[in-house]
Design a protein around this ligand. Structure first.
Ligand code: URA
Length: 230
């Protein structure tokens, strides 16, 4: 890999900024001052910027327990984003896999691997997501069949895909859906005349929210967990 590209990948600097730090004599390769941005690096070469050795950051896969009041977006003028809860280098490369509403809590996956996140969020891949739902009114048994058959959401042309509803208590249910339409869970319950009072995502695919994560905490996924979505 070229020296300037390596500097960009490690630091988030642009190509021209990488060229500039080289011209400013801030870059060494194996202790020798580097002069050529196009220098081809060997895998064993040690590159330092301003005395600090640079290391490539591999693709990152993170699970967060999202609290209410944070938005799943990289930038929002009115609310804190989930990234405000994180302390990681090169945060601008990370994105959330799909979104939870501002008031929804639970599992959010965060990555800089676009292909991996597409596998989870694209409707083509039918990745199941399970939500615990607290409702204003008791959920009737008839809702189980309605959700399994599909619901016509307001303003849409197609029925929702079959969803599995488990009634836990009269005002509490578990709902598993395999799509990610806008406000889907709230709109499904609205379509049968109920109102979601609280919503919490417990599981994505075969991966449950880690019970050791408090609200606002996050951890890196294990290789096995990452592979669940490949
Ligand atoms: N469905 C909703 O209505 N809100 C969410 O945050 C997630 C799914």
């Amino acid at each position: 890999m070229r020296l300037d590209k390596f500097i960009c990948d490690c630091t988030g600097l642009t190509r021209s900024q990488a060229g500039k730090v080289i011209r400013q004599k801030l870059v060494t390769v194996n202790g020798e001052l580097a002069k050529q941005p196009a220098l081809q690096l060997k895998t064993t070469d040690k590159v330092s910027l301003d005395g600090e050795e640079l290391e490539l950051i591999g693709l990152r896969y993170i699970m967060m327990h999202k609290p209410a009041g944070y938005i799943c977006s990289t930038d929002d003028p009115d609310h804190d984003t989930v990234f405000a809860l994180m302390d990681e280098p090169l945060m601008e490369r990370l994105h959330t896999v799909g979104r939870l509403d501002l008031d929804t809590t639970g599992m959010v996956l965060i990555t800089d691997d676009g292909q991996w996140s597409h596998k989870i969020s694209s409707p083509k891949h039918h990745c199941a997501k399970t939500y615990r739902v607290w409702l204003a009114d008791p959920v009737p048994e008839s809702a189980i069949a309605q959700f399994a058959e599909g619901i016509m959401l307001r303003g849409e042309k197609d029925l929702t895909k079959p969803a599995e509803l488990v009634i836990v208590e009269p005002h509490q249910a578990l709902l598993t859906i395999s799509e990610g339409r806008y406000h889907q869970v709230k709109r499904m319950f609205a379509a049968i005349g109920n109102k979601v009072e609280k919503l919490h995502r417990e599981q994505i695919g075969a991966l449950p929210l880690d019970p050791d994560l408090e609200e606002g905490e996050y951890r890196y996924l294990t290789d096995e967990e990452v592979a669940l979505f490949r």
